[in-house]
Design a protein around this ligand. Structure first.
Ligand SMILES: Cc1ncc(COP(=O)(O)O)c(C=O)c1O
Length: 173
């Protein structure tokens, strides 16, 4: 394994316990270090690099867009965003899409969608979120409460209310 101890990580928050390896490029399911060591990417960027690394179609779309227009806010119409949402709803169970930037944001959206559903249906008291003991759902105030792990909750003030924890079948054994 390539060590990266010569990299200066001092300016980064020490949030993550990083493995001492850095990747220079990826191709499909493979990751490569600068000195050419290949690793099978069984993590896929924590389950989000679903079409693999450097997929030619995605690279082409990113290049085209990068040369045209970068970020505009959701206060404007974004035809490509609408087209992508249509592709997703046509291909899945979903009726609507909410695009966001991280897992924690997706979880926040799920929590808010569930609570809002009950609110508009006359049950505003139905706010409880059920998760499994030892779960991890991100690092926002709501998702550290949902995950319930002491090490993530410590030092961030009172825990957000209304998370219930279940023991998983494996935890019971
Ligand atoms: C199950 C699960 N939920 C939520 C998250 C949070 O994702 P992000 O780090 O993109 O906010 C992660 C990240 O590892 C995760 O594994």
């Amino acid at each position: 394994m390539t060590t990266v101890s010569h990299f200066d990580n001092d300016s980064l928050y020490s949030t993550f316990a990083r493995a001492p390896v850095a990747f220079e490029r990826g191709e499909g399911v493979w990751l490569y270090t600068a000195d050419g060591e290949a690793y099978l990417d069984a993590m896929a960027g924590v389950a989000v690099t679903s079409v693999g690394h450097a997929h030619p179609h995605v690279v082409e779309a990113l290049k085209k867009q990068g040369e045209k227009l970068w970020h505009v806010s959701n206060w404007f119409e974004i035809p490509e965003q609408a087209a992508m949402a249509k592709r997703l709803t046509d291909a899945t169970f979903a009726d609507k899409v909410f695009f966001c930037n991280s897992g924690a944001e997706a979880l926040e959206c799920a929590i808010k969608t569930a609570r809002r559903y009950h609110y508009v249906n006359g049950n505003p008291e139905r706010i409880d979120i059920i998760t499994f003991e030892g779960a991890f759902h991100g690092r926002t105030i709501a998702t550290i409460a949902a995950g319930g792990q002491a090490k993530y909750l410590e030092g961030f003030g009172p825990k957000a209310p209304a998370s219930c924890r279940c023991r998983s079948a494996t935890a019971r054994r």
